[in-house]
Design a protein around this ligand. Structure first.
Ligand code: CA
Ligand code: ZN
Length: 300
């Protein structure tokens, strides 16, 4: 299996004009190495957080050109494996995140990671490793890697983890896929604006799907199929995610909107990904057992 190092190139924005650093055939599995979201600038608590280079934030490794991917297609990304470094870092700061009004200065905390635990003082927090930034080039202007959108990007969705499969709309030839910003742990919301930020490597399989199209990213794991939407407000993101999911199930099942809406109200879950980035991200999750009973395959 091939490895793509961050040394072969990183991006700070998803942009159709980025030159790809790697070209792969559809169906390729490769390992992609990543910096943490501070480009590994904070190695100890002695590092003055305010003094780091804030232009080097949220680097994504890539972009990767996937052969055959054309606008209107779907890029399927199976996350086979996530490996993370031996220490993570968290930061808080004035005006950052939900509690920024109570934080007086930039502070960082370096957190050792041992035996699937994040060590926080004398507490052991369970590792739930995940990928914060993952996506493709958007159709128009470039989008900074700190901002989520229809192209994916900084969705900070804790379901983006080992075993999950993501689906992205393809906007440009080759898709121009990239990823970065791994977290050793993060809760829904990412309330401080930082997960337990870690460098790492993800093994992914990239496939082009023809004949299907989506407006926003989707994700499936063993239990659920989800629609992910980012918008100015969480209200808007949550409603759009729900509406797109209902419409998709209506299209694929032939059931009336009224009944699909009832079913989603009974067993669907409207959930928060994050509430601290320039756009807010929500997901709507449908249990797979229901889709199987309805004999509906949403994608792929
Ligand atoms: Ca992030
Ligand atoms: Zn992060």
């Amino acid at each position: 299996m091939e490895t793509l190092s961050y040394e072969s190139g990183i991006i700070y924005e998803f942009n159709k004009n980025n030159k790809y650093t790697k070209k792969v055939a559809s169906g390729t599995t490769l390992k992609v190495e990543t910096y943490d979201c501070f480009q590994n600038q904070i190695q100890s608590e002695k590092t003055e957080v305010a003094a780091i280079d804030w232009n080097k934030i949220n680097p994504a490794t890539g972009p990767i050109y996937v052969e055959g991917a054309m606008p209107g297609d779907v890029l399927k990304v199976k996350i086979e494996k996530i490996e993370i470094g031996e220490q993570g870092v968290m930061v808080v700061g004035p005006e950052l995140g939900v509690m920024g009004h109570r934080i007086e200065r930039m502070e960082s905390k370096v957190l050792p990671i041992q035996d699937d635990k994040v060590i926080f003082n004398d507490l052991e927090l369970p590792v739930n490793k995940m990928i914060g930034v993952i996506g493709v080039a958007p159709v128009g202007e470039g989008v900074n890697c700190g901002t989520p959108g229809a192209h994916g990007g900084n969705m900070d969705n804790k379901m983006v983890t080992e075993g999950a499969t993501l689906y992205f709309p393809v906007f440009v030839e080759g898709a121009l896929f990239g990823l970065g910003d791994f977290h050793a742990a993060m809760g829904d919301g990412e309330v401080s604006v930082s997960g337990v930020e870690v460098p790492g490597a993800a093994t992914v399989t990239l496939d082009v799907i023809k004949g299907e199209s989506i407006d926003h990213p989707m994700l499936e794991n063993e239990e659920v199929f989800t629609q992910i939407v980012s918008a100015e407000t969480l209200d808007e993101a949550a409603k759009l995610a729900t509406q797109e999911m209902v419409e998709r199930i209506v299209d694929k099942s032939g059931l009336p909107v009224s009944e699909v809406t009832m079913l989603m109200s009974a067993v669907g879950q409207s959930e928060i990904c994050q509430i601290v980035d320039p756009l807010m991200t929500a997901r709507f999750a449908v249990p797979k057992w229901l889709l199987e009973k309805l004999d509906v395959r949403l994608l792929g």
